[in-house]
Design a protein around this ligand. Structure first.
Ligand SMILES: Cc1ncc(COP(=O)(O)O)c(C=O)c1O
Length: 352
């Protein structure tokens, strides 16, 4: 099953891609990184955006911006992509895994409160699958307890909840442009967004070997290259069109799965505009899920709670374990045909 659709996007828009290639091969213009940064910052409503190599670096750099280091604890969902937790180890701090709410797959506020200690310095809040939920209470709680709210919006570019754009929430946020994202670069990419100029300046040094006037501090090699930025911009300029196509696919699944005993993903909450990065369904148990997975050749995001990975070897949180055991991602990209969506739903209907 094809989960990304960028090959089809190329075939349908060959001229656009080839003309851009012709243009970028004749230019060498660092200023174009700035155009992309300004464009995305304006779109989400942040003051500054800093383009870098990946969202993994973006999360690691975000922790550094808030001086998170050895001895500090960082709250993180037990159900996410590994980067949400590995960035904490990169900063030499300790990840504290929190369970999720099964109706959103997002970190549970009760768990956040339960697992806060005097060492808690930051929270990594992931809008999983492009879904967004109300975070105002959590943001308030973080402020009151001096905890940095780091928004992991890697999967959520284009999602909007009650007029708030993913990427505009909390103290600092980040996007990913890796190949499975709604907007991807030719060689991945990431972006950090902040409203604070000194943080943006610090991030620009971090991404380029600490370079200010000279190499002023220890930095990293995390630049985004112009050619990549140009392709991200070209795709980002089409975000509405691409998002509409994804939404049509999601609603096709929704309609076709209505009378089938699976929990589908569409939020009932109409205050949300979803980017449909993923369309996930949940089955009654692991056995059925695994059978359907094998029949469809489908993918699981994620087949283990983060804490269960051998790099951590901890006891996983119960709801994260349920999600890992019963969830399945259906292909959801702009070029999934009606026929493909209906066939997938029909197979699920027969097997579930
Ligand atoms: C929730 C989440 N956070 C962080 C990342 C890291 O992104 P990148 O692959 O750009 O490093 C990803 C990427 O898949 C992700 O899904």
């Amino acid at each position: 099953m094809n989960y990304e659709g960028w090959d089809q996007d190329y075939l349908k828009n060959k001229e656009l891609y080839q003309n851009l290639f012709d243009k970028v091969m004749q230019e060498d213009n660092e200023k174009n990184i700035e155009f992309l940064e300004k464009k995305i910052a304006k779109y989400v409503g942040r003051e500054h955006a800093v383009a870098i190599n990946s969202a993994t670096d973006a999360l690691f750099f975000s922790l550094k911006c808030f001086n998170v280091s050895a001895g500090d604890e960082v709250l993180v969902s037990d159900f996410s992509w590994i980067s949400s937790a590995s960035c904490i180890l990169m900063a030499r701090a300790t990840p504290v895994f929190c369970d999720i709410d099964l109706d959103s797959y997002h970190i549970s506020f009760d768990e956040i409160k339960k697992k806060t200690t005097s060492k808690t310095k930051a929270l990594i809040y992931t809008h999983l699958f492009g879904n967004m939920t109300e975070t105002k209470e959590i943001e308030k709680y973080c402020k009151e307890n001096n905890i940095a709210f780091i928004e992991d919006a890697a999967q959520s570019l284009g999602s909007i909840y009650k007029s708030r754009y993913a990427g505009s929430i909390g103290d600092i946020s980040s996007f990913s442009f890796n190949s499975n994202k709604v907007i991807s670069g030719l060689s991945g990419g990431g972006m950090v967004l902040t409203n604070v100029k000194i943080i943006a300046d610090y991030l620009r040094k971090l991404r380029r070997h600490g370079k200010g006037n000279d190499h002023e501090m220890l930095g990293y090699n995390s630049k985004m290259f112009y050619t990549n930025a140009a392709y991200i911009e070209m795709r980002f300029d089409r975000i509405k069109e691409l998002q509409l196509l994804r939404t049509q696919v999601a609603y096709k699944y929704h309609e076709a799965l209505q009378d089938i005993p699976v929990i589908s993903q569409i939020p009932d909450d109409m205050s949300m505009l979803h980017n449909y990065h993923k369309y996930v369904v949940r089955f009654e148990n692991k056995e059925i899920r695994d059978e359907v997975k094998d029949e469809l050749g489908a993918k699981i995001h994620y087949d283990k709670p983060l804490s269960a990975n051998s790099m951590f070897k901890l006891k996983p949180c119960p709801n994260a374990q349920i999600a890992s055991d019963t969830i399945l991602s259906l292909p959801c990209h702009p070029y999934v045909t009606d026929e493909e969506a209906l066939t997938t739903a029909m197979i699920i209907g027969v097997m579930a």
